[in-house]
Design a protein. Structure first.
Length: 587
């Protein structure tokens, strides 16, 4: 592939850098392979997709992913007046974007594919595999020429999205876009704003980049924020005071704070602006790492000793995905011990470490569970006011041939999810340290993700029991994970206390299906009668790490009395998988 071709695309569509990504995208589409582009907001996913498709002169059809998007909107639907007058003839069919892309041999661009319902995503499979789809009443529609699907998605840590099914991911070639370098972002701002003041643009970019590593910010600003700050600053005077005012206008809508952020958004923005302006003469926010690299890829924990932790964190945004994942999980495993040292050394550093650890735990959970949207049962019923999705086929069958029809002849369809409630009780006695607590947090994240629309409670117990999330409480998932890794692992094991609180929480639930899950090593060292409490559960499952025979018998008896199952694992790392399978069966 000629370098000139890449330069031509960059010039035509104002793309800075991204040579390798453009090269890969062109290669994939020319090979008639479907393409998935993944990256955070504002890194140019849509620009890459649009520019490559237009460069190759393909007809282009765009769809924006949405939870309300239906199968018929993607493939097509029948025009009711024509059907009523002529029946299900071909001219009554109005093709959707998928059908139009197939018939024209063009490109179907799906923005944020992982926001679509799984049932809609699955419509793509025969089009991608067999280059054809089956349209009821019409028959098979086949793709022509160079038909291809180009899709984008946000990273999996954006929990509002669903992860794609394994079957769908297997049919895409993947390109991952990360944030660009500081110099590239400066050039992007310059090109898109027409501003030539390098120093002003550099300050705006550095402020935007600083939001991505602030310990109180969940999602930092993209380069679009720097563009806005730069444009507003020039209108407000162009000095440092103008930059400050512009940041308070441009950043609040482009960043997302953590639930437990200690300051309001404008105070955090003020802090970031002040730090960047004060250090603008140094290389503090330079995109190029300085000093000796102490990272040992073979031993990620070598990166997280307090003496070099701050230096390593300053380069965290430049790590590749694999390095970030290893480093984050190493932090999560070490956090229960590391937090005490950081409390004395640097509280802000501790918050940053905790933020990275939480994200690593969340990613582990998301990787484990696959698609986060549950399948739902399709229900058809007569029309009621406020319902939108009409089942046209069923409705037409009822009204065809009638001179007059009533509201009850209109059939609507809806999807119903099975609602369940779960109380998770986690043993955090003295034996629960380091990696075990991090794994327990992954288990809690699995529970929170799978039951995010339903009720769940989370209890930790040692000598005493603590309710981290009650059944009727709406609590941010990252706060839940953070509370787990902050839980001190100490004391004896009082199962009775944990089971009592779990039962109390389950009794609050309004759903028909309710169950408890007890995670323990089975070593009950204090308390009175866990058996009596277990027998009161509607259903109680026990996940036990392999231990002594007496511990195994205790867990088996608790599960039997609770009318549930006992799952024995060799190692704590297996627990999230067992918990996921248990939840999958319940749903």
């Amino acid at each position: 592939m000629e370098i000139n071709e890449i330069n031509e695309i960059q010039s035509a569509y104002k793309i800075v850098g991204r040579e390798e990504e453009l090269r890969r995208a062109l290669a994939a589409i020319r090979a008639k392979r479907h393409l998935l582009i993944e990256g955070p907001v504002g890194v140019g996913k849509t620009v890459i997709a649009l520019s490559v498709a237009k460069h190759l002169k393909r007809p282009f059809y765009r769809v924006d992913g949405d939870e309300r998007y239906t199968e018929s909107k993607l493939t097509g639907w029948f025009d009711p007046p024509i059907v009523l007058s002529k029946g299900y003839v071909k001219e009554a069919f109005i093709p959707g974007p998928l059908t139009m892309a197939m018939q024209s041999g063009g490109a179907l661009f799906i923005n944020e594919l992982n926001r679509m319902p799984e049932a809609v995503q699955n419509v793509l499979l025969p089009a991608m595999d067999e280059l054809q789809i089956e349209v009821p009443k019409i028959g098979v529609l086949k793709a022509k020429g160079e038909f291809v699907i180009i899709a984008t998605q946000n990273p999996r840590e954006f929990v509002a999205t669903s992860s794609l099914s394994e079957a769908l991911r297997d049919r895409f070639e993947l390109i991952v876009l990360n944030y660009q370098t500081e110099e590239e972002e400066i050039e992007i701002v310059k090109i898109n704003t027409g501003i030539n003041d390098y120093d002003l643009i550099k300050l705006c970019v550095r402020i935007g980049r600083a939001t991505r590593t602030h310990p109180d910010i969940r999602r930092g600003a993209s380069v679009r924020a720097a563009m806005s700050v730069a444009l507003l600053s020039t209108r407000l005077g162009g000095d440092t005071n103008a930059i400050r005012k512009a940041c308070h206008m441009a950043l609040p809508t482009r960043i997302e704070l953590l639930e437990d952020a200690e300051k309001p958004v404008h105070d955090i923005i003020e802090q970031i602006v002040k730090e960047v302006l004060e250090k603008s003469s140094s290389n503090f926010f330079s995109s190029k790492a300085t000093g000796q690299n102490t990272t040992n890829k073979n031993n990620p924990t070598s990166m997280i000793m307090p003496v070099n932790l701050k230096q390593t964190l300053s380069k965290f945004t430049e790590f590749q995905n694999v390095e970030k994942k290893e480093f984050g999980w190493a932090l999560a495993q070490e956090y229960p011990d590391l937090k005490w040292k950081l409390d004395k050394l640097d509280r802000n550093l501790k918050k940053m470490v905790k933020k990275i650890a939480i994200k690593a735990i969340l990613l582990r959970a998301l990787e484990l569970i696959g698609p986060t949207k549950r399948s739902a049962r399709l229900k058809r019923d007569v029309y009621r006011f406020g319902q939108e999705e009409i089942d046209l086929d069923s409705t037409f069958e009822r009204i065809l041939g009638k001179k007059d029809y009533q509201l009850e002849d209109i059939i609507v369809e809806s999807r119903e999810k099975k609602n369940v409630s779960c109380a998770l009780m986690v043993d955090t006695s003295l034996s629960m340290t380091g990696e075990k607590l991090a794994v327990a947090a992954v288990g809690a994240a699995v529970l929170a993700i799978k039951l995010k629309a339903d009720h769940y409670a989370l209890i930790t117990f040692g000598s005493d029991a603590t309710l981290l999330k009650s059944m009727d409480q709406r609590k941010d998932m990252e706060l839940v994970i953070g509370d787990v890794i902050e839980t001190p692992a100490w004391g004896y094991t009082n199962m009775e206390f944990g089971l009592e609180i779990g039962l109390k929480e389950l009794n609050k639930a309004r759903t028909k299906d309710r169950f408890g899950v007890l995670i323990t090593d089975g070593n009950c060292t204090t308390g009175y009668d866990p058996w009596k409490v277990a027998a009161k559960y509607p259903k109680l499952h026990v996940i036990m790490t392999r231990g002594r025979e007496s511990n195994r018998k205790l867990c088996q008896e608790l599960a039997k009395l609770g009318k549930g199952k006992m799952y024995e694992v060799e190692d704590y790392s297996e627990i999230p998988r067992v918990l996921y399978n248990l939840l999958r069966d319940a749903l």
